[in-house]
Write a protein that binds this ligand. Sequence first.
Ligand code: 6GU
Length: 256
Amino acid sequence: MNFHVLTLFPEMVTSGLNTSIIGRAVENGIITLEAVQIRDYTLDRHKKVDDYTYGGGAGMLMQAQPVYDACKAVQDAITASGRKPARVIFMTPRGHVFNQKMAEEFSKEEDLIFLCGHYEGIDERVLEEVVTDPVSIGDYVLTGGELPAMVAIDCISRLVPGVLSNAESANTESFQNGLLEYPQYSRPEEWMGKKVPEVLLSGHHANVEKWRLEKSLEETLKYRPDLYEKYMAEHPPKPAKKPRRKKVLAKPEDIC
Ligand code: 6GU
């Protein structure tokens, strides 16, 4: 997976993603991370990339030309290497809200371009021209798209084969099955008078799994009733089994 991030603050993106698991994946060449300085593409003599908005209002807007040229340079390099043009994800509170399902879909791509706006946003005309996927990370406003792009890149990266080790493996964690994760415990067995739940020490695998599912359901109902409702609609509880009647075989004399 090759991530290309178009931004006015490239060092923010590279420094934020060069540690821990993502940093290791970059070092191992499983993912690549290229942060492209949009300012390098401005044709303005003073390297200016923003201007006032038509119609008035506070704040400055990123202009179309440098954004378009930066994006085109990245797409041209991708296609020159024989790969298909990448989807262009614009990080904006006006986008679809990012979720695990979108991350799974994006993780199958070979290249992804992230466009990060700053100031009051970006001239709508270049967005219409280059953006395939407007994406938000939630219902709140940030100062720029860099942190949201880093959030999305982290989330997508851990789904790319080889990024997580077996021990870090992704499957049973929150959201993968539509539920929040169950609580977990490590040594010691007792800490500050709090004991690890007995069932987890029992070694009874089926009971452990049952307990974990119950706890997942409890946590989800408590913190995310919206997810709980969805899960229950998709996994209706099995009707309780009727006690089976003993089959009584007719005796030959009853038939004759
Ligand atoms: Cl993607 N960008 C900005 N600036 N603010 C946000 C966001 C994105 N998602 C939520 N808030």
